[in-house]
Design a protein around this ligand. Structure first.
Ligand SMILES: [Mg+2]
Length: 410
């Protein structure tokens, strides 16, 4: 698509790219099956309980969408060819694609296996204008991986993502700085990031249908209906403003929590309970930072100030309390401390952090999601509202015999 090259003069100030593979898993599967090109193809398990992981555009014409139950997808498109996912393949292709992005700029923020934000401001002198860089990436992905992608080029993340959605599949779209208003105005309010069902209903009740309607609403009127934070957020997006930066790496090297007891503890049951609590805080910290940890570290300090640390690297990066706690208990049990040893401090730490998006492969490919993550994410939402004591594992609800005082970490 020549749009980017024709309009290269318009891309000044558009240093954010959103690059998104088109129907990623399906496109990768079709590389080895050229006879299926142009046909409706769905990647997913064949069983009735599995979901659509990816669908070609020919299948999407029938209403098939990602995450839809496979049974429903088959009813919508009985002619679709269903291909089971190939374990490990998409992650490998993803690493190659991210490598192409990183050859352009170190400022790459992966959102999932097949999409990322790039800040190309530092690459313009070397590689050309943002739109030219977008075309370069599209060419390299096509040549090296034989799949297509779409690129949004815009002054910020919010607009770049809208642009790539708008030009899919196999496209490139620049939203020029002086064309933001014209692009946003006719879009439905649902295009604004963060507008869910409830906000959408309120906006509909107010008769606000398009982004232009929101932009023309007096801030005070919007605040009265939606609250200050939501109103300000929507007005900023409706004006095309988004100050989020491209975050290229996980900043912290580790996340953890530790507890110094008021009185030394020797009861293994109490120590395990403390490990459970600290594992919960560590897991919450990981989820809040959108990262997962490869390694769990336990720190044990005895009454005579001897400090022991034990660590274990997991088969798969985790952000769940259950996995961290089970690992911590195994490390404690294998620490070599005598069962009567009195402890003055225990700590749990997660290291080897990776962005959750990069670690999400297994979840996307597995037939069963990790059940604890779903449960604990729900708990995050509740504790975010009501505080960390609102929901806790049953063993933590009993009164605490050993009063803890100094709390660090998180
Ligand atoms: Mg995609």
């Amino acid at each position: 698509m020549p749009a980017g090259q024709d309009r290269a003069a318009d891309d000044a100030g558009c240093h954010i790219l959103h690059v998104d593979m088109d129907a990623f898993y399906a496109s990768v599967e079709l590389r080895d099956r050229p006879e299926l090109a142009g046909r409706p193809v769905i990647v997913g398990g064949a069983s009735g309980r599995s979901v659509v992981l990816s669908a070609t555009y020919a299948a999407r014409k029938f209403g098939v969408r990602s995450a839809m139950p496979m049974a429903r997808a088959r009813r919508l498109c009985p002619a679709a060819v269903i291909i089971p996912p190939t374990h490990g393949l998409y992650g490998a292709v993803s690493r190659e694609i991210m490598g192409i992005f990183r050859s352009v700029t170190p400022l790459v923020e992966p959102l999932s296996l097949d999409e990322a934000f790039l800040d190309v401001s530092g690459a313009i002198r070397r590689l050309g204008s943002p739109a030219q860089i977008g075309q370069l990436i599209r060419r390299q992905v096509a040549e090296q991986q034989q799949i297509t992608c779409s690129v949004g080029v815009a002054p910020n993340k919010f607009l770049a993502k809208l642009a790539s959605v708008h030009c899919k599949p196999d496209g490139l779209l620049v939203i020029p700085v002086d064309g933001v208003r014209a692009f946003l105005d006719p879009l439905p309010v649902s295009a604004l990031w963060g507008v869910g069902d409830r906000t959408g209903q309120t906006l509909a009740r107010l008769g606000l249908k398009t982004v232009a309607d929101i932009a023309a609403t007096p801030p005070a009127a919007l605040q009265a209906e939606l609250g200050k934070a939501t109103a300000e957020h929507l007005l900023a997006l409706a004006a095309g403003r988004d100050s989020r930066r491209v975050e290229s790496a996980v900043r912290e090297k580790s996340i953890g929590a530790e507890e110094t007891f008021d009185t030394d503890i020797s009861d293994p049951g109490l120590i395990r309970r403390e490990l459970l609590r600290l594992s919960g805080r560590t897991a919450r910290g990981l989820r809040r930072g959108s990262c997962r940890a490869r390694t769990v570290v336990v720190k044990l300090r005895t009454a005579d100030f001897k400090t022991i640390t034990r660590s274990k690297t997991l088969a798969e990066p985790t952000d769940t309390q259950q996995v961290i706690y089970q690992t911590a208990c195994a490390l404690y049990a294998g620490s070599g401390l005598s069962p009567q040893a009195r402890l003055r401090l225990v700590g749990v730490r997660a290291t080897g952090l990776v962005p959750a998006a990069a670690a999400a492969t297994q979840l996307a490919l597995g037939e069963q999601p990790v059940p604890w993550r779903e449960a604990e994410t729900v708990v995050d939402r509740i504790t975010g509202k009501f505080g960390v004591n609102a929901v806790r594992p049953a063993t933590l609800v009993e009164p605490r015999e050993a009063g803890g005082s100094a709390r660090h970490g998180e």
